[in-house]
Ligand binder design. Structure first.
Ligand code: NAD
Length: 262
């Protein structure tokens, strides 16, 4: 427990269950005194998120599908009504059709390309625009990305393109919102055992490969990702914006696997 985020309020989007990256972040933020609101995608997820939110003292839950403007309107009206302002936003939302997260990238369909980019990238832009008026005293926005954005990872396919667009959006948003004191960054963990992670073809092999070869010989943990979010949202992160922060055991620095694994 600490008080690095005491007095700060923010919305956490993307908790599906206790393995979600967003939940690891939420726990770390609550441990540092932040007051949290949660969004969930539909009633079934809502039932799972409610007790988790309660365990960190939150009863402010909003039902949001990021492709549905009416649900976004309602969520931001609730936040404006209850809090009147927002200090931070966690965007841990992504989706692609599982059938296209296997096989060849060139088989990506137009429909799934649009849908994946809409949910996994455009939603950050939409949310930043909506959060902006609530961040009159400045704020901090974090999204989640993956190294498959700029290096090919087997079967990551269209999600790699979506993450590349997301990372570029982080830089453009950081520049747009910087004069208003709003920082925008991404955390890029290595592979994690979550619902979204399991949707990617060969997920177990990818997980084991990065664990065996990263400099730290370990994948990211929810605690380490949460701690990174605390830093970025706190005043210690005051001069960092437009950044993609790697939390991947150092895997991204490698040019080839460790010799013991060849
Ligand atoms: P998760 O399945 O726990 O979370 C994904 C969340 O996205 C869910 O809460 C789901 O409800 C939400 N979502 C999907 N479509 C939505 C929509 N239309 N409207 C609103 N919410 C929607 O998985 P996770 O791994 O915790 O994913 C969180 C973020 O972390 C994603 O951006 C993911 O790409 C990223 N990430 C994951 C890994 C990994 O290996 N799991 C690695 C790096 C980055």
């Amino acid at each position: 427990m600490g008080d690095l985020l005491k007095g700060k309020r923010g919305l956490v989007m993307g908790v599906a269950n206790e393995r979600s990256i967003a939940w690891g972040i939420a726990r770390a933020l609550a441990d540092q005194g932040a007051e949290l609101a949660f969004s969930y995608q539909g009633e079934a997820f809502g039932k799972r998120v409610e007790p988790l939110a309660a365990s960190v003292g939150s009863d402010l839950l909003v039902d949001v599908d990021v492709t549905d403007d009416a649900s976004l309107d309602a969520a931001f009206a609730t936040l404006a009504d209850r809090w009147g302002s927002l200090d931070f936003l966690i965007h841990a939302v992504a989706f692609s059709n599982k059938d296209e997260l296997t096989g060849r990238f060139m088989n990506t369909s137009r429909a799934n390309f649009k849908h994946s980019l809409d949910i996994s990238c455009y939603s950050l832009i939409e949310l930043a625009r909506r959060a902006h008026p609530l961040m009159a005293d400045g704020g901090s926005i974090i999204t989640l990305t993956y190294g498959g954005s700029n290096r090919v990872t087997p079967f990551y396919n269209v999600m790699g393109v979506a993450k590349a667009a997301l990372e570029s959006s982080v830089r453009y948003l950081a520049n747009d919102l910087g004069p208003d004191g709003i920082r925008v960054n991404a955390i890029s963990p290595g592979p994690m055992k979550t619902l979204a992670g399991a949707a990617i073809g060969g997920a177990r092999k990818t997980f084991r490969h990065t664990e065996a070869n990263s400099p730290l010989r370990a994948n990211a943990t929810l605690e380490a990702i949460g701690g990174t979010a605390v830093w970025l949202l706190s005043d210690w992160g005051a001069c960092t914006t437009g950044e993609i922060v790697m939390v991947d055991g150092g895997y991204h620095v490698l040019g080839m696997p460790q010799s013991e694994n060849l």
